[in-house]
Design a protein around this ligand. Structure first.
Ligand code: GDP
Length: 444
């Protein structure tokens, strides 16, 4: 998960003030030195670090115990507010045109995630607005890019306009727009070519497309993993094209996160979305305040709730709750839950969105091994339908068969069944509101 190290360093820096009744100038100086180092180490651009630390320092000196907040809490509040400001302050949505189609042009280096993002955005617009987008494949240098877009189009049932690789991108866009107007598509998403590095020809081509299409949105797609370089790339694209928004992709990776923190300040263009995985649904609206909370380890409950709403089928959730109440939760339900958990992404990332969790001792050790999930799945798949519905049928000989069938040892099968039974018992108690009967609960 991005920002892991930064979060820890910032928390350490601010945590030192925790027991102080009053914060001296020296305390603030010391803390700011650590925050500055932490940001630089996370690859945040130097001018951005300077501006940020100056703003925090000015507000933090002389902080005293006020109302309900102790000095450390007040400093966290100041850092949070300034970080939110650095990230852009307000959430900014897509620019939309008054009349159709709204034209959105993607730009960015090769491999940044433009094509993937075009697919994700189309998916979002269809789901949320019942939109009818048209995708235009204007990357004529990589035939694979056109195929990739076509595959996405098929998956989403969205038309993809292309003219192969022998026509100029401007010509393709011109024809694509004509088609969109004729078919009354409400959005046009133009996927453009990228290069490995900024070059003159590429920039001129993008400028020509811009001049022709007059897009409502020129989005720059930036790979968060590229660190400091992302900022230079963003500045060049902005200079040439005047970008209207930024998409930061691959925030699911182990990135230090500096790009996300610098780009708004450097380009002046708002970050609109972040990419958090390779799947079409791995797209998040960028909210500066929530991102700041996440970076500071204060969690992001709102995004967690939205994710749950997006990924969970409400009807199924209600069915599941009913089963828990009636204690009829079986291995079919268990497998469905495993699949839903898989859809939501790594559990350890989700846990960190819960306020306070990221600073819990041992949270870094929480890792749900995808292999372990796959193993459990294989065991359930090796059961007969009757066994899945009636776990009490699972006698030793059946367990031996399941072990052999799924390539596991009997010990592992026994352990999985034991876990299942414990979880089932706990869910039943919880759903009946008898939390106090859960072992250990009375000691919390
Ligand atoms: P393009 O050259 O800019 O069009 O980049 P692509 O859309 O082809 O993406 C390049 C690679 O990055 C592909 O393997 C994508 O699956 C991957 N990718 C794109 N966005 C994300 C993201 O948010 N997270 C992760 N982990 N991978 C991504």
């Amino acid at each position: 998960m991005a920002f892991e190290n930064l979060t820890k360093r910032l928390q350490d820096a601010m945590g030192k003030l925790r027991r102080k009744g009053k914060v001296s100038e020296n305390d603030v100086k010391e803390m700011m030195r650590e925050i500055r180092l932490a940001l630089l180490e996370a690859d945040v651009a130097l001018p951005v670090v300077k501006e940020f630390t100056k703003a925090v320092r000015e507000r933090a000196v002389g902080v005293e115990v006020l109302e309900n907040l102790n000095p450390a809490q007040q400093i966290v509040k100041i850092v949070d507010e300034e970080l939110t400001k650095t990230l852009g302050g307000e959430t900014v949505g897509l620019n939309k045109s008054e009349k159709i189609p709204t034209i959105i042009m993607m730009s960015g280096l090769q491999g940044a995630g433009k094509t993937t993002f075009a697919g994700k955005l189309a998916n979002k617009l269809i789901k949320e607005e019942n939109a009818r987008p048209l995708l235009i494949a204007a990357d004529v240098y990589r035939p694979a890019a056109i195929d990739q877009l076509k595959t996405l189009g098929k998956q989403l049932d969205v038309p993809v306009f292309d003219m192969g690789t022998d026509t100029s991108p401007v010509e393709i866009v011109r024809n694509g727009l004509l088609l969109a107007r004729e078919k009354k598509n409400d959005y046009v998403l133009i996927d453009t070519a990228g290069r490995l590095h900024i070059d003159e020809t590429l920039m001129n081509e993008l400028k020509d497309i811009k001049a022709l299409a007059n897009p409502d949105e020129i989005l720059l797609v930036v790979d968060a993993m590229t660190g400091q370089d992302a900022v230079n790339v963003a500045a060049s694209f902005n200079e040439a094209l005047g970008i209207t928004g930024v998409i930061i992709t691959k925030l699911d990776g182990d990135t230090r996160g500096g790009a996300a923190l610098s780009i708004r300040q450097v380009t002046g263009a708002p970050i609109k979305f972040t990419g958090t995985g390779e799947k079409l649904t791995d797209l998040e609206v960028f909210h500066p305040d929530r991102m700041s909370g996440r970076i500071l380890g204060m969690g992001d409950m709102l995004t967690l709730i939205e994710k749950a709403q997006q990924d969970f089928d409400e009807k199924k959730a209600e069915e599941m709750a009913q089963k828990m109440r009636e204690n009829t939760f079986d291995f079919n339900d268990f497998m469905e839950q495993l699949d839903q958990m898989n859809n939501m992404g790594p559990i350890e990332d989700l846990l960190k969105m819960i306020p306070g969790m990221s600073s819990m001792p041992g949270i870094d050790q929480v890792k749900v091994d995808p292999k372990d999930m796959a193993r459990k799945r294989a065991m359930v798949l090796s059961m007969t339908p009757e066994e899945r519905e009636n776990p009490e049928l699972l006698n030793p000989s059946r367990r031996r068969r399941i072990a052999a069938g799924s390539g596991n040892s009997v010990v592992e099968v026994n352990k999985m069944i034991k876990n299942f039974n414990e979880a089932k018992k706990m869910m039943s108690l919880m759903s009946k509101g008898e939390m106090n009967k859960i072992p250990g609960m009375d000691q919390l």
